[in-house]
Ligand binder design. Structure first.
Ligand code: CA
Length: 536
């Protein structure tokens, strides 16, 4: 069932991709043509081909409020190219000397003169929209934006995210692409030196960490290695290890669903087992002794001092230590597949969040809402998406085997590939769907290999939806309860891992404490909001 639906959507998308915003104009005079669109587009003349992206018959200029890294620049090459193709030019309203985006935004709101297009925070746009500041986009999308419509149909979670509490859409979101976020990393050169393989199970993981502890892989005749370390700038230092025993304790996945039932990690029985094992590992010296105190610099310290053997952290920044560290012979810190959990499943907790804070909206004072939504739609066509991701053909990219390949002008740019593209107006969080292939082209080769490994094998766990539609009462109560409960969880976990309390003997009173703090009510609220979210 699911498969056949997505096939229909792919077909719809393929159809709509061929029809830029200008095509709608051709079909206006005859409803018949609409049904023959596929046939018609395959026979387009050169003239039609040229015009197919036109969003306005005569050239128009729309003002734009945008301050992403920089105030919008009128000479962005990608937007100039878009103007040639669509007949819509943009003119920035934020002064180039302006340095604070929030201040600039508030100034505009107070002045009462909204720009025609506003690129800003989704929540703020939705809030102001309820006061009438922005145009409702639902009908405009339905009638004039076939590519956005198809995109929303194919990505219902993003449509939900773009929908305000009154059920209407007021902005077209920026949509990041790619799944890979964090990974397991290991000193492959240490494994090689000790004649060990990458660990594939919990037992093997234990044995590798123990070997790192006892067999002096850094070769200084001291047992100074820190087998497993982690930057603790986020909640749940040991969450990725704990997950191997099925315990959910990290912010992004503390909630999960099994057969439609919402579960809360700290209240599930797996929690006890996981932290009982981790307390043993800590005692054995497999986990950084200073796990709770070392702070954000743990990774930097452990790697640069040639002490750290394994961690779980971001692909890009962690891989970059292979370039940064030049004084440790053979240093090779690489991503490896997640060790199988206790059920034998290979799963990665982290995944890139597709539900971004930014997007662009049409102000109520904009005199060209139809042209503007067509213009937004242009960036969801194949050509428009390529333009906003890769820039100008022959300059920032060339087509090879049907794929855009970035040129050295971007890849070897002194300011870095991302900034080089941003100077063209590309890869800023305006309303478009990012293409992860762009990132793969400039990524550190170590990270690239890891991303390929994680992506090809699709290790990513299913994610619990963020931003559930709570009622105001639920929202207030949820916040109240979860603060106290999660503080209790953090304190208990730390006590257990550091050996301050035996897990076995402390577990029952921990569960009682959770219950007295209202954990059952918390779970009930979450279940209700989740059921509402999935439309139950
Ligand atoms: Ca040593």
């Amino acid at each position: 069932m699911k498969k056949s639906i997505s096939l229909v959507l792919v077909l719809l998308l393929a159809l709509s991709v061929f029809t830029g915003c200008g095509d709608k104009k051709n079909t206006n005079d005859s409803g018949e043509k609409e049904t023959n669109q596929a046939q018609e587009t395959s026979n387009v003349t050169d003239q039609q081909e040229e015009n197919k992206f036109l969003c306005s018959e005569k050239p128009i200029t729309l003002s734009i409020f945008q301050f992403l890294h920089n105030p919008y620049k009128d000479d962005y090459a990608a937007f100039k190219k878009a103007a040639e193709m669509t007949n819509v030019s943009l003119k920035g309203v934020v002064s180039q000397s302006s340095s604070k985006n929030k201040e600039a935004f508030n100034l505009m709101v107070v002045s009462g003169e909204m720009a025609d297009i506003v690129t800003w925070d989704r929540a703020k746009i939705q809030e102001l929209a309820l006061d009438g500041a922005f145009a409702e986009l639902d009908d405009l999308i339905e009638e004039h934006a076939p590519n956005i419509k198809a995109f929303f149909e194919e990505h219902p979670e993003i449509k939900k995210h773009a929908t305000a509490s009154d059920g209407k859409i007021y902005h077209i979101p920026y949509v990041p692409d790619g799944d890979a976020a964090e990974a397991w990393f290991i000193r492959q050169d240490w494994l090689d030196k000790l004649g060990l393989e990458q660990p594939k199970t919990i037992d093997e993981l234990h044995d590798v960490l123990l070997a790192f502890k006892n067999q002096d892989p850094n070769g200084n005749n001291k047992k100074d290695e820190i087998p497993y370390f982690i930057r603790n700038d986020k909640r749940g230092n040991l969450a990725d290890l704990a997950l191997l025993w099925g315990a959910h304790s990290q912010n992004t996945n503390i909630w999960y669903v099994e057969d439609g039932v919402v579960k809360y990690g700290p209240y599930e029985k797996e929690f006890k087992d996981a932290y009982a094992n981790l307390a043993k590992w800590y005692e054995e010296g497999l986990i950084d002794k200073e796990i709770y105190t070392r702070g954000k610099t743990a990774r930097d310290y452990a790697l640069k001092e040639n002490l750290g053997g394994m961690t779980h952290d971001w692909f890009g920044s962690t891989s970059s230590y292979n370039d940064k560290i030049t004084n440790i012979e053979g240093f090779n810190f690489i991503p490896f597949a997640p060790p199988a959990n206790i059920k034998g499943e290979v799963k990665e907790r982290s995944i890139r969040n597709k539900l971004h804070w930014s997007g662009w909206a049409i102000s109520s004072s904009n005199k060209y809402p139809v042209e503007t939504i067509k213009y937004f739609d242009f960036f969801f066509t194949e050509e428009g998406r390529r333009l906003i991701n890769y820039g100008i053909e022959g300059d920032t990219y060339t087509m090879q085997d049907g794929k855009p390949i970035l040129t050295d002008k971007v890849l070897k740019a002194e300011e870095g590939a991302v900034q080089a593209l941003r100077n063209y107006g590309c890869q800023l969080a305006t309303g478009f769907h990012q293409d992860f292939n762009y990132e793969k082209q400039w990524m550190n080769p170590v990270a690239y290999k890891g991303v390929e490994l994680y992506t090809k094998n699709n290790y990513f766990m299913e994610q619990f939806p963020g931003g559930l539609p709570y009622t105001p009462d639920e929202k207030r109560r949820f916040a109240e309860l979860s603060v106290a409960i999660e503080t209790l969880m953090d304190e208990t976990v730390q006590k257990w891992v550091l050996g301050g309390e035996d897990v076995e003997s402390g577990y029952e009173s921990y569960i009682k404490a959770l219950e007295s703090f209202g954990v059952k009510e918390l779970i009930e609220i979450q279940q209700t909001a989740y059921d509402r979210y999935i439309g139950k």
